[in-house]
Design a protein around this ligand. Structure first.
Ligand code: ADP
Length: 326
């Protein structure tokens, strides 16, 4: 019999499609294994304020197809302080929670790591972020849905772009990672992607223009990752206006619509597998690990590795994009 009788479950930071599928899988797997589940609302904030409710099987019925998170999410500055985390731990003791499952991005896992270091409680994390920027997992929950949303939006912009002769810069999310921009560009047949991983090495805009973007085309679409490093779509467009005034430039910022919508089949399946794996990990006495997927296999990644911000982008894809858009 596992010493873990009760788990606390929360979603935190930026929401991502598929978080509900993960909540469902964690809850059902825990109950299947004889554990009690406590849903913690609004991420670490609810852990501090004690917004905690027992979850039964029915609480997670009919949610696998829904975007967002039924547990709500929040950003909580107080949890970044030792005093805040102490209050959180007091509620864990009060609610008799033996282990925590946290679903979120880089920040959420950083918080989980610190908390697990300070207090003797096993924590398992699930990678829930559209940005795909966590090391140790091929993909994160929400990434595939966001990529599909981007593709659909770019298809629509392409219709209007080719009716005029314009250069469109479309800004997509990703924080300091270019996965959404690069793969979004490949999926939608965009002409180029400007991504932070490359911006630090060379001037992608001037290279793109010098290589003759738009020479034989009547419209061009470039996906730009939102990062400060790239300057974002607005920053790039300003530069074009100054440095290459012949171009008729337009900017679209896709913004929060990239987070919404019903999760794709891939995100639902991944979230379900990872959710079940989180309970397996606790049963195997794992602690302070993120569940990842590598080559279709579940893996356990220590928090310290997952959040080190070292996930490399596949640079071959840039070449494929350049060749196929030429
Ligand atoms: P995401 O999980 O999507 O990356 P955030 O970066 O906003 O989102 O992080 C979510 C929450 O995790 C923060 O609001 C905070 O409560 C907690 N958190 C983030 N970084 C830390 C940290 N270094 N120490 C403690 N808690 C943290």
């Amino acid at each position: 019999m596992s010493p873990i009788k009760c788990i606390g479950l929360l979603t935190s930071g930026g929401d991502a499609p598929g978080m509900n599928a993960a909540i469902r899988a964690v809850t059902r797997s825990a109950i299947y294994n004889g554990m009690t589940v406590k849903g913690i609302y609004r991420g670490y904030k609810g852990l501090i304020t004690g917004e905690i409710v027992e979850f039964k099987t029915q609480n997670v019925s009919n949610i696998i197809q829904r975007g967002g998170t039924i547990l709500k999410t929040a950003r909580c500055m107080e949890f970044k302080t030792p005093e805040g985390r102490k209050l959180a731990y007091e509620n864990i003791v009060k609610e008799q929670i033996d282990a925590l499952v946290t679903i979120g991005g880089d920040g959420t896992l950083s918080g989980a790591r610190i908390f697990a270091q300070e207090y003797n409680i096993p924590v398992v994390g699930l990678p829930g972020t559209i940005d795909n920027d966590l090391f140790g997992t091929d993909v994160t929950i929400g990434y595939d849905t966001a990529l599909n949303t981007i593709m659909e939006c770019v298809d629509k912009i392409r219709d209007t772009a080719s009716a005029h002769e314009r250069l469109f810069f479309i800004e997509v999310m990703g924080r300091d990672a270019g996965f959404l921009a690069l793969n979004g560009a490949l999926a939608s047949g965009a002409e180029a992607a400007i991504i932070p991983e490359i911006s630090t090495e060379k001037d992608q805009l001037s290279e793109m223009i010098e290589q003759g973007i738009r020479k034989s085309k009547n419209s061009s679409i470039v996906l730009v990752a939102e990062s400060e490093i790239t300057g974002g779509a607005m920053g790039i467009a300003e530069r074009v206006k100054k440095e290459y005034p012949d171009f008729d430039v337009r900017v679209t910022i896709l913004g929060h619509l990239q987070r919404g919508g019903s999760p794709s089949a891939q995100d639902r399946i991944m979230a379900t597998r990872m959710g079940a794996a989180a309970i397996d990990a606790l049963l195997e006495d794992q602690r302070n690990v993120m569940i990842g997927i590598q080559n279709e296999q579940i893996v356990y990644v220590p928090f310290s590795k997952a959040i080190r911000n070292e996930k490399a982008i596949n640079r071959d894809l840039l070449n494929v994009l350049r060749i196929t858009s030429s």
